[in-house]
Ligand binder design. Structure first.
Ligand SMILES: Nc1ncnc2c1ncn2[C@@H]1O[C@H](COP(=O)(O)OP(=O)(O)OP(=O)(O)O)[C@@H](O)[C@H]1O
Ligand SMILES: [Mg+2]
Length: 484
């Protein structure tokens, strides 16, 4: 790996230097060739295993934990920081640089009462979902590998430690800005330094002046909205949308108790520690705005409030447009000749009525969409019809759908297109759970198979149909704990 160390050299007051503590008996549990090539690596070598497990120094790495704060479940925590993630620097790849972080690399000055470790099950889940989301075309951080160990760690019971090697275009979070606004009051100089660094590194087309700051904030609003539009379209619930888990670049970030929807349920809660459903699936668009408002608040020392408000007012449109684009593609609705607010409203209504029907009929979100690829959209009788208990409601919807679809000239091509946007395979919680149990038993094969299938989620993989199935009874609506 070849590093540059821009964050480390340019922002010395934004981190603590800290070295990872090695783990005993490190072993590769998983490795992503695809992520590896982002930073010019090809093979999981023994030397890399020593370095990325924290058991030996990696050439050119600096090792630091960043300081930040954030709003957690609505309340402000003045000082957080990387309590268990140690960044090696920015590894240079063929198409840009990626922060390399050892998540679970040992205690740091920000660990508070934590042990600085991650358990194997959470490391495996983070690895799988990062790679799954990426291949579903959802903006996300990536994962290079999971390194297992026999080091015991305590959560509800004794488990073993593991490290996820995370690759991120940046680890800067909304919470970084909040820290220098609220927790380090009067450090507007630091806030500006952080802002200028972010713009120079990631938005080089923008200037570091008043006009550039406004343009940048608009971009953050748009990127955040777009990420959430993807989550809603693919049926992904993040579970812990605290502002310290919001990447400034709009990449999905920090995967804990997340879940993909099985049965469609608008108010689905995946996080055991969120009984009120603050981060329920259907709440995510609203939470995205709330989080951006917290970021805006932190930017008031540098961007006039009126400008911030005017930009925040563009959030809804910034979310609806990519959402409509994704959902129209899922339904196979062609672009209309004259886009209009009225047409958008009608399409949103058509989409909403479909998901309401799915919910009423307790249908699987992913499977239902996938059925469209088998549909002859010109036929009066839809193959989908049999899945709905209340067929008359379905018929009414289907009529409206057919009307909006209009003529479809090439049906096989239309079906192929549907299959290229409606995945067959998602990371269902029960599949992750089965893979984790196998790892505990020393069998890595299910994990590797799942990883492989999730890198081609739109393909048929006829021999692995079982991985596209709805969960068995024990795996329905699994709610994950935050302990990780
Ligand atoms: N086992 C642990 N030891 C020390 N600190 C921890 C531990 N688990 C979580 N933390 C810290 O608690 C805060 C909130 O945790 P959260 O689950 O959002 O983040 P995380 O999953 O640890 O890391 P990241 O946000 O980098 O993906 C973070 O500052 C995190 O570093
Ligand atoms: Mg976090």
């Amino acid at each position: 790996m070849k590093f540059k160390q821009d964050f480390f050299t340019q922002l010395p007051e934004f981190y603590s230097q800290v070295y990872p503590q090695g783990i005993t008996k490190p072993e590769w549990l998983a490795w992503s060739d695809d992520a590896a090539q982002l930073i010019g690596l090809s093979q999981p070598t023994d030397e890399l295993l020593l370095g990325l497990s924290g058991n030996a120094a990696v050439d050119g790495a600096t090792y630091y934990a960043q300081v930040y704060s954030g709003h957690q479940f609505g309340g402000y925590t003045p000082r957080l920081g990387d309590g268990r993630s140690i960044i090696l620097g920015e590894a240079i790849g063929p198409n840009g640089a990626w922060d390399v972080a050892l998540k679970g690399g040992g205690p740091t000055p920000y660990s508070r009462r934590g042990d600085g470790r991650a358990v194997m099950r959470s490391a495996v889940r983070e690895f799988l979902v990062s790679e799954a989301l990426h291949h579903l075309h959802v903006p996300t951080t990536r994962a290079l590998a999971v390194i297992g160990s026999d080091l015991p760690v305590w959560r509800e019971s004794q488990e073993t430690a593991a490290i996820t090697v995370r690759l991120a275009r940046s680890h800067i979070r909304f919470g970084h800005f909040e820290f220098f606004c609220h927790s380090e009051r009067g450090r507007a100089d630091k806030l500006i330094q952080l802002l200028n660094f972010t713009i120079t590194q990631h938005y080089p087309h923008l200037s570091c002046d008043a006009a550039g700051y406004k343009a940048w904030f608009l971009q953050v609003v748009q990127d955040t909205a777009k990420m959430i539009a993807h989550w809603q379209a693919v049926g992904f619930a993040h579970g812990v949308m605290n502002t310290d888990n919001m990447s400034i670049l709009g990449d999905s970030f920090d995967f804990g108790p997340f879940a993909f929807l099985d049965t469609f349920q608008e108010d689905f809660i995946c996080n055991h520690s969120d009984p009120e459903g603050r981060y329920a699936f259907g709440q995510q668009p609203g939470v995205g705005l709330w989080n951006l408002q917290r970021l805006a608040q932190a930017l008031t020392p540098v961007i006039p409030s009126d400008d911030l408000i005017a930009i925040l007012n563009q959030y809804q449109e910034a979310l609806v447009q990519p959402y409509l684009r994704l959902m129209r593609a899922k339904l196979g609705l062609s672009a209309v000749d004259a886009p209009s607010v009225e047409q958008d409203k009608q399409d949103l209504d058509l989409i909403g009525r479909f998901t309401v029907l799915m919910e009423k009929n307790q249908l699987d979100y992913t499977q239902t969409w996938r059925q469209l690829g088998k549909l002859d959209p010109t036929s009066k009788h839809s193959a989908l019809r049999d899945d709905f208990i209340d067929v008359s409601q379905f018929d009414t919807w289907y009529q409206a759908y057919q009307q909006r679809l209009g003529a479809v000239a090439d049906i096989p091509a239309w079906q192929t297109e549907r299959n290229s946007v409606n995945p067959k395979y998602i990371l269902r919680n029960y599949l992750a759970q089965e893979a984790i149990i196998a790892v505990e038993e020393g069998n890595l094969a299910p994990l590797h198979l799942l990883q492989k299938i999730l890198t081609q989620p739109f393909a048929e993989h006829a021999e692995h149909e079982d991985l596209a199935k709805r969960p068995p009874d024990w795996g329905q609506g699994l709610i994950m704990s935050c302990s990780s």
